[in-house]
Design a protein around this ligand. Structure first.
Ligand SMILES: NC(=O)c1ccc[n+]([C@@H]2O[C@H](COP(=O)([O-])OP(=O)(O)OC[C@H]3O[C@@H](n4cnc5c(N)ncnc54)[C@H](OP(=O)(O)O)[C@@H]3O)[C@@H](O)[C@H]2O)c1
Length: 358
């Protein structure tokens, strides 16, 4: 019998349904992009996952493409070494990017790659199944029926319980729903989208009809805009930070922050948000930015990223800030950000409630 070294305790974590499903996901989960298996390898990966788990985070997100498969390898290794019970965990991975880019069928969403990619991901994770499998990007070169049928096959094999999308347009998600419906198959249950205080249009406006019609939930990525919303870039680019470590990948972000008026404006908004957080809520901008996402009713889970265990502990303090976000505070945030998306035009038909839901 396998021993359980770390017994799961949800602590003060809050749980939400993943979109329309019965799966309960923690409002804060943890992901491995750039960090786990990338800049962080070996024992530090274990330290980060262990501390997250000990603070009630039981959902972990990775992808076949993260660090060319190393993120899945490291995550799987650590979960095994910690002796975590599989049924206590929610694991998600994502298919699209592949690990062998020169193979014409090694990436994308063909039936071949969805099935072969899923099997390879499970092998790297050392698991029989993941809970949620995401199409990491849309693939316009594959018929939607092939994509929907392939993800349903993956579910039928017991390799995943649900399938979902990541960075698909609302039109593409709608198409997937209609195709699935026509075939009597399962449609996607969630969308893994970028959502943070400086990126609102798609999650808050483009997807608005989808939340209402299909009850999809979001699994939010880059909630801190890669660290910008911690205030760590207010006075330059600190050594060892993400933007310093990945200068080429973040070239446009760096140019924007260091040279553009728009970047300077963002930094002044970060300062104003820090002041609001400290003076009115007694918290940091990091906590405010994370709690603000959690206050959105369409957010199922916010995927945290961390290069150090202390960041996980710090970020989870946002749980205490969620109840403090009154309509007045949310309005003050919107006034600072000046980027609240216009509602979907109703052409004189009034919305039915503040979220446009029935
Ligand atoms: N589906 C997709 O296309 C997609 C794309 C991107 C990400 N994701 C998922 O979303 C997850 C989170 O994304 P993300 O890593 O970009 O999230 P993020 O929260 O925007 O950025 C995380 C980074 O910010 C810094 N940071 C975090 N907490 C901090 C704190 N309290 N104080 C100071 N610095 C802090 C750390 O970087 P440094 O310490 O290195 O500066 C950390 O690695 C990923 O791991 C992945 O699972 C999905």
């Amino acid at each position: 019998m396998s021993s359980v070294k770390v017994e799961y305790d949800s602590k003060n974590m809050r749980f939400r349904r993943l979109g329309p499903t019965g799966l309960r996901v923690p409002v804060f989960s943890l992901g491995g992009w750039l960090t786990l298996g990338g800049t962080v390898v070996g024992d530090p990966v274990k330290d980060i996952i262990k501390i997250a788990y000990e603070h009630g985070v039981n959902m972990f997100d990775t992808a076949e493409g993260y660090a060319d498969g190393n993120s899945e390898l490291e995550m799987g290794r650590v979960i095994k070494e910690l002796g975590l019970r599989r049924t206590d965990l929610i694991i998600s991975t994502k298919i699209y990017a592949g690990t062998r880019k020169n193979n014409p069928n090694g990436t994308g969403l063909s039936r071949k790659h969805i099935i072969e990619g899923t099997k390879a991901s499970l092998e790297r994770l050392g698991m029989d199944y993941v809970d949620v499998i995401f199409a990491h990007r849309p693939d316009s070169t594959v018929p939607m029926e092939e994509i929907v049928r392939a993800f349903n096959f993956v579910i039928d094999q017991g390799w995943a319980f649900y399938w979902a999308t990541s960075e698909w347009s609302a039109r593409e998600i709608e198409e997937a729903y209609h195709v699935a419906d026509k075939l009597g198959l399962s449609g996607p249950v969630a969308e893994q989208c970028q959502h943070h205080m400086f990126h609102r249009e798609r999650p808050e406006k483009e997807y608005a009809p989808l939340y209402e019609k299909y009850k999809i939930g979001t699994t939010v990525w880059s909630p801190l805009a890669s660290g910008l919303l911690t205030g760590k870039y207010n006075n330059g680019i600190p050594e060892g930070s993400r933007l310093a470590n990945h200068k080429d990948f973040f070239k446009n972000t760096l140019d924007n922050l260091l040279n553009d008026e728009d970047g300077k404006k963002k930094l002044s908004k970060v300062r104003a948000l820090s002041e609001l957080a400290e003076k009115e809520l007694g918290c940091s901008i990091t906590h405010l930015a994370l709690a603000w996402l959690a206050a959105n009713p369409n957010t199922s889970t916010i995927i945290l990223g961390a290069s150090k265990p202390e960041q996980v502990v710090d970020n989870l303090k946002a749980l205490d800030v969620i109840p403090k976000l009154t309509p007045e505070i949310l309005e003050k945030i919107d006034r600072i950000l000046e980027n609240k998306p216009e509602p979907v035009p109703a052409f004189s038909r009034p919305a039915l409630d503040p979220y446009g839901r029935k």
